[in-house]
Design a protein around this ligand. Structure first.
Ligand code: ATP
Length: 312
């Protein structure tokens, strides 16, 4: 009888992190450091990025593969946010950045839904587990804020108020489940380009960014009232996104004609988010958008969703 030992499976860790929609996004005038002060209310949606971190031989460094919708639009080098997250964590923890990362996209690319930020958050949690660095969440959140303004929220998930550049977070209380439908465009918008247009249109000058303005929205969340939430949706970047992509006006109008409780450009766009009464209603809005050619793809989901979390 022959016996042999199968090679031990390579340890690997899988983590999911959510995309987001900004229920409200208020943007102040650009400051000397080039940033705009924000007051925003993030909600995580159940569209997830999956990052698998697999152990590799010592000295192999970071490698990256990507699959899923729009994967061909995602960089595969050290500019990818997941790659940068692995390197930042290794530096912080004083370990070698040896890992094979695989990203499965589940959030639109360059769609204003922070898919890249979700990859960074998921890579932080995955590499922390793989390398057994055991960092507290507060350290991971600090590294996350260095990687990008939306990364700390992808770690936290659920619903939260973001101030500063959007990276200073306070969890918000919500009740129940909300039904969202997203009109996604293949051709994304660059977030810096939208902020540049915002500055050109001098939109920041007209606004104070104050949390007090969010009282009706916070009430709606606490009450779990989708009608009140729909009426309170707001995005200061919307005029800038519409000026770059005028066709989004029709996408918003179609959602409202279809009885959406609210419709808004998601973050810097070009994704349009519509709040529906139910899953059935979300599917009906999606069908209208598809029939009218108002979106390249339509994605229905629920919110709030959990933050970056290991699932195997
Ligand atoms: P945000 O709302 O956070 O500003 P977004 O959702 O509009 O961003 P992303 O999909 O996060 O856009 O990425 C925007 C750009 O960043 C992409 O066009 C791509 O060139 C680059 N990028 C870097 N890393 C990633 C990643 N892991 N996934 C997707 N894009 C990435």
């Amino acid at each position: 009888m022959t016996s042999y030992l199968a090679p031990a499976p390579q340890p690997s860790v899988r983590v999911r992190a959510p995309g987001k929609v900004n229920l409200s996004l208020r943007v102040g005038p650009v400051q000397e450091d080039g940033y705009h002060p924000l007051v925003t209310i993030f909600q995580a949606v159940a569209l997830y990025e999956e990052v698998t971190a697999t152990q590799v031989p010592v000295g192999a460094g970071v490698s990256l593969t990507v699959d899923g919708p729009q994967a061909e639009q995602v960089p595969l080098d050290e500019t990818n946010l997941a790659w940068r997250a692995a390197e930042a964590l290794a530096r912080f923890a004083g370990v070698e950045p040896d890992v094979a990362l695989h990203v499965t996209k589940g959030v639109p690319v360059a769609g204003g839904m922070a898919g890249g930020s979700a990859d960074a958050a998921a890579a932080l949690v995955a590499c922390d587990a793989l390398w057994d660095t055991g960092l507290p969440r507060t350290d991971l959140a600090g590294i996350a804020a260095e990687l990008g303004s939306d990364v700390p929220f992808a770690l936290l998930g659920h619903t939260a108020v973001g101030t500063g550049r959007g990276h200073l977070l306070t969890p918000a209380m919500t009740r129940g489940e909300f039904h969202w439908v997203f009109a996604v465009r293949e051709d994304g918008l660059s977030t810096p380009a939208v902020f540049r247009r915002f500055d050109q249109l001098s939109l920041g000058e007209e606004h104070d960014v104050a949390l007090a303005e969010e009282t009706p929205l916070m009430h709606a969340l606490r009450a779990g009232d989708p009608h009140a939430l729909g009426a309170a949706l707001h995005n200061d970047l919307e005029p800038a996104a519409l000026s770059l992509r005028p066709e989004l006006e029709r996408t918003l109008a179609l959602a409202r004609e279809g009885g959406a409780l609210g419709a808004v450009v998601s973050g810097s766009g070009p994704t349009v988010a519509a709040l529906a009464r139910s899953r059935q209603h979300a599917l009906a809005i999606a069908a209208t958008w598809t029939a009218e050619g108002a979106a390249d793809t339509v994605w229905c989901t629920t919110a709030p969703a959990h933050g970056a979390r290991q699932f195997s």
